[in-house]
Design a protein around this ligand. Sequence first.
Ligand code: GRF
Length: 202
Amino acid sequence: MINLGVLGSGKGSNLQAIIDAIEEKKVDARIGVVISDVEDSYILTRARNHDIDARFIAPGPYKTKLSSEVEQTYIQCLKEYNVDLICLAGFMRVIKEQFLEAFPHRIINIHPSLLPAFPGLCSWRQALDYGAKITGCTVHFVDNGVDTGPIIVQKQVPILTDDTYESLHARIQEKEHIAYPEAIDLIGKGRIEIVGRKVIVK
Ligand code: GRF
């Protein structure tokens, strides 16, 4: 059974979707630890509500990254829990080289657009403002770019003429909650092979 470490900074609805999929036996996995850089984030509460170890690890002085020392603390914690796969679920800091090297091809992320369109922040706003007709969500391996790693699963969401930022974001999140457990299940079953920048599903 694959052992997950989940990192998040916010409300943790994707963590909840992963927990629900595990409890409903749709995904053969366990969550060893949930770590957040935000002490009062709801993602930690959700973990504790399900008796999952939840750790706040202070992020240090920077806003969008962890210092090298703090990254080492995250890496050490994840290694102590023997995690096989790290799932970023709304973790608002970039993951640097040493973190990636500690877990090669073992860190995945969920992004609220159909990558490579609309990387970066608030992708649902970007898609609506751009006038796109279709957007969605992407689960991908993390590499040293921003939202650039090999794509595992994508789900489409149509953009409606009366959509607001909020309504579109809500429908994207519904699809995220299907896509993330699906991607974890594929990896857990050993059905994923990375060839160059392509992910082959076996
Ligand atoms: C999601 O929309 C995800 O795509 C982005 O951060 C958000 C996290 O939401 N990376 P939640 O905390 O899982 O509800």
